[in-house]
Design a protein around this ligand. Sequence first.
Ligand SMILES: [Zn+2]
Length: 65
Amino acid sequence: MKFLRLFWIFPVLLLVAVGTVSCSKKDPNVLYYTCPMHPQIQKSEPGQCPICGMSLVPVKRDEIP
Ligand SMILES: [Zn+2]
């Protein structure tokens, strides 16, 4: 019954995998998210522009002059 004893490892591996994916999702080069039409909108997370409803685009460190 070695198999059953190792069974707990699968949910643990799943949690680790999910944690890794959600961490790698956040680009460390992204400074903030902004609306292409409204540069005054600066959000720390992706979403929609509160003015026009467009999807916010990430502004990356190396894109700033
Ligand atoms: Zn906008």
